[in-house]
Design a protein around this ligand. Structure first.
Ligand code: SF4
Ligand code: SF4
Length: 362
């Protein structure tokens, strides 16, 4: 992360919690230009083979978000006119009843199958498009999106270090989402019979077979009613109540509800944030395997930590990368300047390490 970057636009709850728990809010990822998607080039034929592109119809939203009950309520309670279209997509999802429980909205088993088996369609398969992705390319529930949608980017300012940082943010937020969804269910006093349906024991095999109803996304009325108890047909009211329950929690209380798991996640998150922001130039580095996926002018497009985020490296630098062989970095930089007149700023070494082109020798 460029530490001077403006804080990223987070859902209000996440901004409040992370603001209370971290020294600094996460910065934006300016190369993930979502309004003019960086993965949807205007001329796909100009893209080098090996550098993937996404469809402008889907962008990276070939994903159905799992929304905790209070986030569902947040969307329903957002009555701003610019939220109406997105709210309607959520209301349709609730009315369809597939994956709709007091804990929130989850994916259908059919979609899970597609998602796991169809990874190569990510970013392109229209059948996988998120129901909240509007035809004008916007996210209909942007102000209340969940942890995965908040933390996934195609490109990171600090390369692999940025990716690792955002995965830690996701872990922490997901822990909070899960804990608060359960807190809501408890706070709203669901009776034992409803809780038993909601927290049914897992099958001893660990998986239950996928049947015709799963594949056709049909919901058995009796099973659905069992999940909701007295709240059946009052799902909208329940989700709005969930939002109100979480409104009553300050950041300290939320943290306490996250328990030891959240403490561990926050420790790892803080550590990843320090690593990402550190100005440290490694004393010794070595080259790492990379793929060259294209070239333009005097630069080569190099893929290291992610095929979505190639790094443009000058040919003159590519030609001497092998000189970084574990000897002191200052010695290698001085030798390259003396022998070739090639001056490489230490900050560039730091960037090559962040992107996984070079690796620090421990
Ligand atoms: S994060 Fe998604 S929408 Fe944003 S630029 Fe990348 S692929 Fe496009
Ligand atoms: S909720 Fe929004 S950001 Fe997340 S996948 Fe759907 S459209 Fe994309």
């Amino acid at each position: 992360m460029d530490t001077s970057a403006a804080p990223i636009a987070l859902p209000r709850r996440f901004a409040g919690w992370l603001g209370a728990w971290l020294d600094t809010l996460p910065g934006s990822e300016p190369r993930a230009t979502c309004d003019d998607c960086a993965m949807c080039p205007r001329d796909p034929t100009a893209v080098a083979p090996g550098m993937g592109t996404y469809s402008p119809v889907t962008k990276c939203c070939t994903y159905v978000p799992v929304l905790s009950n209070f986030l569902v309520g947040d969307v329903l309670c957002d009555t701003a006119s610019d939220a109406a279209a997105g709210r309607a997509t959520l209301e349709a999802r609730i009315r369809a009843r597939v994956g709709v429980t007091p804990l929130g909205l989850t994916r259908s088993r059919r979609y899970e199958l597609l998602y796991v088996q169809g990874r190569d369609g990510f970013g392109r398969a229209e059948s996988m498009r998120c129901p909240h992705h509007l035809d004008d390319g916007r996210c209909g529930i942007w102000r209340h999106r969940e942890s995965t949608c908040v933390t996934w980017f195609c490109k990171y300012e600090r390369g692999a270090l940025g990716y690792a940082f955002w995965r830690r943010v996701q872990d922490a937020l997901l822990t909070v989402e899960t804990a608060l969804a359960r807190h809501v269910v408890h706070a709203l006093g669901l009776p034992p019979r409803t809780l038993a349906a909601l927290f049914a024991p897992r099958p001893s095999s660990g998986v239950s077979a996928i049947d015709d109803a799963d594949l056709d996304e049909r919901v058995a009325p009796a099973a659905y009613a069992g999940l909701w108890g007295d709240w059946v047909d009052r799902e909208f009211e329940f989700y709005r109540a969930a939002s109100a329950v979480v409104d009553g929690l300050d950041a300290a209380r939320v943290r306490a509800l996250g328990g030891p798991e959240l403490e561990i996640r926050l420790t790892l998150l803080t550590d990843a944030q320090s690593a990402m922001r550190s100005p440290h130039i490694p004393a010794r580095v070595v080259t790492r395997p990379v793929s060259i996926v294209g070239h333009s002018g005097d630069a080569m497009q190099v893929v290291s930590y992610s095929p979505l985020d190639p790094l443009s490296v000058p040919r003159t630098l590519m030609d001497v990368l092998h000189r970084f062989d574990g000897r002191p970095t200052t010695e290698v930089l001085a030798a390259l300047e003396a022998e070739r007149g090639l001056r490489i700023a230490p900050g560039l070494v730091r960037k090559l390490v962040a992107f996984g082109v070079l690796a620090e020798v421990e």
